[in-house]
Write a new protein. Structure first.
Length: 444
């Protein structure tokens, strides 16, 4: 008879190492989501239309990459487990291509575009290969609900901390390393981030252990997993939440630097604005106490409502031209975002365990919805943003026309408000009680 899991099964070195894996990925990932569009258009010299097409093609590739990597995990047989070896195998290639993406060869326009395609598409696959295992390995570390929540919160705390560090310090580091040459500055900044990322990913591989596997259903054929996935309603709804959240994030974040540069005419305020996102850590830490009393579903709904309230305050700051109100809105909005994104891996772990009750332990495939949703949301968000810039006649490093400035306000204020409404609608139909009852009945 299997010994009942306890909250002490993972020790603090393992918990910290697990959490640092998200910090490692975010050192590179946040630069890509926040600054890559700006880097491509204003520094590398690609047109907004060309970048929009690149983002679209990359996201089409992600449609296949995330489930493929998930299936690779589900069918991995190694002495290290199913998810854990991916940290070892893909850490170095990920770091190398993170740097290569910011190399700016002095080639023809077509040659530069080809380089962007090659490096960005390969980096996208490698990101999936090192990030997806962070989610898929979680339900194998422990079967205790409180400890799952703790591990998820630790992961998001480190991940959110690095998001803030990247948001606040990337442009100052670019200025410091570049000394007037932003191409050189971005390259050296990414080299620093990639080196740290490599060390942290390898540290995760060394310290974590996979403990809980249902051997009879651990390597099910895809046709079986696909049929079970269609019946896993909590997973389907949560996948929609993940996609919508990252679509919102991409549209808003990629517009931030343009808003401060062209609307407020002060790019130096970007780091100040991003510094207020530190409050996302408050949202992450609130998860432990609120979810323990009210459950994950209601805690995520509260996070969405706080995010929506913050976005309304941001709208007031934008249209009243009041910086203090704008920054306060960012602070409130970030608390809600911390609660939303901090719960995703925890709730995905629940849907993976629910999948076991339906007949398949396919943590790789089910966890792939996180990376799939992130990549698709960011890609379509980047496509929408770049496409609107191209449509409204955006010209880098000049005063923008009224149509472009109006589009910047649309992306920064109104589209996020609409998407928060969609998030609230989705979470309303999340069947948490039914799922947790089934998990308890199967002693998972």
């Amino acid at each position: 008879m299997q010994k009942k899991p306890t909250a002490q099964q993972t020790k603090w070195p393992e918990r910290i190492s697990y959490g640092l894996s998200d910090a490692a990925d975010n050192l590179v990932f946040q630069v890509m989501t926040t600054y890559l569009l700006y880097f491509y258009t204003d520094i590398y010299g690609l047109s907004a239309g060309a970048v929009a097409l690149l983002f679209l093609i990359a996201r089409v590739a992600d449609v296949f990459e995330s489930p493929v990597v998930g299936l690779m995990i589900d069918h991995t047989h190694s002495r290290f487990g199913k998810s854990r070896p991916f940290f070892l195998w893909y850490a170095l290639p990920y770091a190398v291509f993170a740097v290569l993406t910011f190399v700016t060869p002095d080639w023809s326009a077509n040659g530069k575009l080809l380089w962007a395609y090659a490096t960005y598409l390969i980096l996208g696959f490698l990101y999936t290969a090192v990030n997806l295992p962070i989610t898929s390995v979680l339900p194998t570390l422990t079967q205790n609900q409180q400890e799952l929540t703790l591990l998820g919160v630790i992961r998001q705390f480190f991940g959110s901390s690095v998001q803030i560090i990247v948001a606040v310090f990337t442009l100052p580091l670019v200025a410091f390393f570049g000394r007037g040459n932003d191409q050189h500055g971005f390259l050296l900044t990414m080299a620093l981030f990639a080196g740290i990322s490599l060390l942290l990913i390898l540290n995760t591989f060394v310290h974590i252990r996979e403990r809980f596997t249902q051997k009879k259903i651990a390597h099910q054929p895809f046709r079986v997993v696909a049929k079970i996935a269609v019946r896993n309603k909590p997973w389907l709804i949560l996948s929609g939440v993940i996609f919508t959240y990252w679509l919102l994030t991409a549209i808003k974040n990629q517009t931030t630097v343009y808003y401060f540069k062209y609307t407020l005419h002060n790019q130096n305020l970007v780091s100040w604005a991003n510094s207020f996102t530190f409050s996302s850590l408050i949202g992450v830490l609130l998860i432990i106490s609120i979810a323990g009393h009210y459950g994950n579903k209601h805690t995520m709904r509260l996070g969405m409502l706080i995010g929506l309230a913050g976005q309304l305050v941001i709208a007031g700051g934008v249209y009243l031209r009041q910086l203090w109100l704008l920054f306060f809105g960012i602070l409130v909005n970030s608390i809600g975002q911390g609660m939303i994104v901090g719960l995703v891996s925890i709730m995905l772990a629940d849907t993976i365990r629910y999948g076991i009750t339906l007949g398949a332990q396919a943590e790789g495939f089910f966890a792939s919805s996180n990376d799939f949703g992130v990549n698709l949301g960011l890609g379509i968000g980047g496509l929408v943003t770049a496409g609107l810039f191209d449509l409204t006649g955006y010209v880098p490093n000049t005063s923008q026309n009224a149509t472009t400035l109006g589009m910047i306000d649309l992306n920064y204020v109104w589209l996020p408000l609409l998407l928060y409404g969609i998030l609230l609608l989705l979470i309303h139909f999340y069947p948490e009680k039914k799922m947790l009852t089934a998990i308890r009945e199967h002693h998972l």
